[in-house]
Ligand binder design. Sequence first.
Ligand SMILES: Cc1cc2nc3c(=O)[nH]c(=O)nc-3n(C[C@H](O)[C@H](O)[C@H](O)COP(=O)(O)OP(=O)(O)OC[C@H]3O[C@@H](n4cnc5c(N)ncnc54)[C@H](O)[C@@H]3O)c2cc1C
Length: 458
Amino acid sequence: MKYDTVVIGAGITGMTCAYQLTRAKKNILVLESKDRVGGQMHTVKEGDFLFEEGPSTSIVKYPEVAELFEQLGDSCQLEVACESSKRRLIWKGDRFHELPSGLFSAIRTPLFNWCDKIRILMEPWRKKGNNPNESVGELAQRRLGKSYVDYAVDPFMSGVYAGDPYKLPTRLALPKLYNLEQEYGSFIRGSIAKAKLPKTERDKKATKKLFSVKGGFVQLITALEKAIGSDHFVTSASGVRVMPSGKDWSIAYSVNGEQHTIEASQVVTTCGAYALPDVLPFIDSAKMADISNLFYAPVVQVGVGLADCGGNVWKAFGALVPSKEKKDVLGILFPSACFVGRSPEAGASMSFFMGGVRHQDMLEYSDEELTRIVSGHLADMLGYPAGKKPDAIRIFRHKHAIPQYEVSSDARFKAIDEVQRQYPALRIAGNLRGGIGMGDRIKQAFDEAGYLLNLKND
Ligand SMILES: Cc1cc2nc3c(=O)[nH]c(=O)nc-3n(C[C@H](O)[C@H](O)[C@H](O)COP(=O)(O)OP(=O)(O)OC[C@H]3O[C@@H](n4cnc5c(N)ncnc54)[C@H](O)[C@@H]3O)c2cc1C
């Protein structure tokens, strides 16, 4: 069989890329090692509760996100989060406090000390940094103060990267923030200047709104699978191995022990960096070592359903726990407070996040241990009666959850560029470059499909 493009990995990156190529009438095949499509994006229904196994929400960060939903039409409906999603909570001492959203709440909040509250007023005049590898923690401490790092930046980085703000260079982990300082000399001045920049009609599609999908993200995956055509997917494909073959590619894999070899003009990989040495064995070992040298923080996600909250409903997007507070959870999300149909009316669905770079051992905790931790925090953090048991519980363990864009990323990006220059019809995509969020994944998939559609194969 000869395909125009073979896509390796059926997560949101691979499926969005395959969909864009399908729309352009290309003959594609998606090879996926698991027995289902969707990758990290997966929704599970447990009685009256809906739990997300991976991403719970995203923001319409790029026009491409809005355009994907426009293309899919009625087959999948984007659901914008309700008002309560604007509330973010941070644990300090013995309770959650609201993250300030305006001047008055910023003055009153007990999260930051007075010295830093006054210090932030001077942020626009603080000197620009000159260390390209300055970590997010160091940069924020220099510009905003230590209490902002401890009670805003650290929990934010736990929530997004499950990572340590002092280990991730801002340039790589939060490039937009880094550029604000580099281009405008200040976060505040840069944000104001950026907000004033003229926007095209297309730019305006990036509303920055928080969204999910009606019925959970599985509906997006199902809509993509249907639009691409289920006969264009091979699941449970093991031992996927790509080799150059003249000016084309030869791709070998097996399903249930049966060997297959196919040909394609183009190949896109979207699997994690850890899978690439086996998938692309022809790349020289030093270069491949640079590409696959990427640590993924492990995350344990526990979906908890309460059938009746007894009036104690947490109306917020989520609650984060700074590492300074030495708790065994990174944070808790409240999806039923933001989206409809996630729990019974009087109840709630929640997601507890644990592990991350600081508590990697939690991946090995037993179901009983994790259930005990979560049940304990229902009482001591969320105020439910002691001994209240979840009415539904689902535990998801992600060994390779979130890639950490550390300083070694420079060598990875360089090696990927070199390989792609040598083999223009091979694209090494996925969350090993281009951002870790769902919006980044969708944008990258559009970009890769655009590149391949413009590529002259001879
Ligand atoms: C617990 C958790 C919570 C998250 N929460 C959010 C959130 O709230 N908002 C947000 O924007 N992002 C979130 N993310 C990140 C988001 O889920 C990812 O950015 C996105 O889903 C990654 O998509 P992907 O297609 O690049 O990778 P994946 O979804 O990992 O897909 C890669 C696919 O490749 C397959 N594969 C691997 N090896 C091979 C091989 N050898 N052969 C064939 N196939 C292979 C895998 O099985 C997988 O299906 C979260 C991630 C996790 C883990």
